[in-house]
Design a protein around this ligand. Structure first.
Ligand SMILES: Cc1cc2nc3c(=O)[nH]c(=O)nc-3n(C[C@H](O)[C@H](O)[C@H](O)COP(=O)(O)OP(=O)(O)OC[C@H]3O[C@@H](n4cnc5c(N)ncnc54)[C@H](O)[C@@H]3O)c2cc1C
Length: 422
């Protein structure tokens, strides 16, 4: 069995993995990328629409173009990249302070490989929720796909999975696929969303549904999928005040159903390594240095929490790479203060902040509101107030906090800060 050793190993070669590896390399650490696909780039490679890179490159790029810029940098640095290499096991061995990580991977070329590293950056992305996760009743005909799978079939494999399509869930992948399926000649009959507001970005509602006159049924539950060999239609039951109204249910005929009902971080390896998970995000709980509870294991990108923009993924991953490099050099953890989600906030990431340094905090709202007020408090005392023009659960809120924000606040390791929205 081949055995390798690096300062750090990055699991996953999407936008997050590449940005983290580049930062590790820039900081003088030996780092390798392990990627199960036969190419770098991750999910970006099937996102052939534009809308990527406005912040990172100040240009509007397609997914493959955005990935291509990082792939070129990786090539020019000579960072070792192991493609077709799936990490099947991740463990932390040894006692705290002296532990090392042991990874087992498989690849057709190398068979089983054992890799040792002091630090690991988790960047395995996320996976789509499927019909089982949302318990849609009905028969089990062919023609039900997740939206991301349909995207791969159309954009990479060159197959069109059906002709008349209903999309269940209004997440961004479903919205993008509504437009894509229309462009390839399908009839997209409706997008059906259980919540009273869309789950995707406003720009995607406009550019992918409104521009193509595709109806969006909000507050509507899919209560049946019909068909034996192949999908023949779906039953939709409107909801009023949170309850279904069966007398208003209706049927939409279709031969294809695409599910866009959420994403969950890929967390099997994290769990095996003993990483504590955040029940609100499904990803690891991390501190202000993006380190998990397992010393030397860091996380970034969609494996940490599902991001709507790849630019934020790259920014967060660079931070993870630089925190990992600092930790490898023996950098001591800074003073950290707990950060929690208060009223109307679904989650706050990371779960801690460093009051003496720069912090970029990501959070998601539980409410839809114009002219909202975001407050950061310690107990009843308000430390910072930020006006938000519009908030909704699908649009990530980002806040930068630095030492100036805490100048007159006495904090210690037991303090807890709370974000709330009203
Ligand atoms: C349909 C769609 C549309 C989008 N549209 C936009 C947009 O318009 N603008 C925008 O900015 N963002 C958009 N995004 C978001 C953006 O693309 C993602 O947030 C970002 O690319 C995620 O990067 P990542 O590296 O975290 O994950 P991924 O790209 O998923 O990379 C994870 C990598 O890890 C690998 N991996 C997983 N497990 C293992 C393992 N055990 N061993 C080895 N390798 C493993 C996977 O193969 C994968 O390559 C879109 C996303 C989707 C899905």
């Amino acid at each position: 069995m081949k055995e390798l050793q690096f300062d750090a190993v990055v699991i996953g070669g999407g936008a997050a993995g590449m940005a983290a590896a580049l930062e590790l390399e820039r900081s003088g650490c030996s780092a390798a990328i392990l990627e199960r696909e036969d190419h770098l780039g991750g999910i970006l490679m099937q996102c052939i629409h534009n809308g990527f890179g406005l912040q990172e490159f100040n240009e509007e790029l397609t997914g493959p173009e955005f990935a291509g810029r990082f792939i070129e940098k990786i090539k020019s640095t000579g960072i070792p990249v192991y493609l077709n290499t799936t990490v099947i096991s991740l463990r932390s061995e040894g006692s705290a302070g002296q532990n090392h990580k042991e990874l087992f991977c498989v690849s057709p070329d190398q068979g089983v490989m054992k890799i040792s590293a002091r630090a690991v950056v988790l960047s395995m992305g996320c996976r789509e929720r499927n019909r089982g996760n949302v318990r849609i009743p009905g028969s089990r005909p062919a023609g039900v796909f997740t939206a991301g799978l349909a995207q791969r079939l159309v954009n990479i494999e060159g197959y069109i999975p059906g002709k008349e399509v209903v999309i269940i869930g209004s997440g961004d992948i479903g919205l993008i696929m509504a437009r894509r399926m229309t462009w390839v000649g399908c009839k997209v009959k409706a997008v059906v969303e259980i919540m009273p507001y869309p789950a995707g970005l406003t720009r995607n509602i406009v550019q992918c549904l409104k521009d193509f006159d595709i109806p969006l049924y909000l507050s509507s539950q899919t209560t049946n999928i019909f068909g034996n060999d192949r999908v023949e239609g779906v039953e939709v039951t409107p909801m009023e005040n949170g309850a279904m109204v069966p007398e208003k249910k209706f049927r939409i005929d279709c031969d294809t159903v695409l599910l866009s009902v959420g994403l969950v971080p890929e967390n099997e390896l994290s769990k095996e390594a003993g990483v504590e998970l955040n029940s609100a995000t499904g990803g690891p709980l991390v501190d202000a240095g993006l380190m998990t509870n397992v010393e030397g294991i860091f996380a970034c990108g969609n494996v940490l929490h599902v991001h709507d923009l790849v630019d934020y993924v790259a920014e967060e991953a660079r931070l993870a790479g630089s925190f990992a490099a600092n930790w490898l050099r023996g950098g001591h953890p800074c003073m950290q203060v707990r950060l929690k989600a208060g009223p109307s906030i679904r989650y706050v990431n990371p779960g801690k902040l460093n009051p003496q340094g720069g912090n970029k905090i990501f959070m998601r709202s539980l409410i839809v509101k114009n002219d909202a007020t975001l407050e950061l408090k310690i107990g009843a005392r308000v430390i910072k107030t930020l006006k938000q023009r519009h908030v909704q659960p699908s649009e990530m809120i980002t806040v930068e906090l630095g030492p100036k924000d805490f100048e007159n606040v006495s904090l210690n390791a037991e303090s807890t800060l709370e974000f709330s929205l009203a």
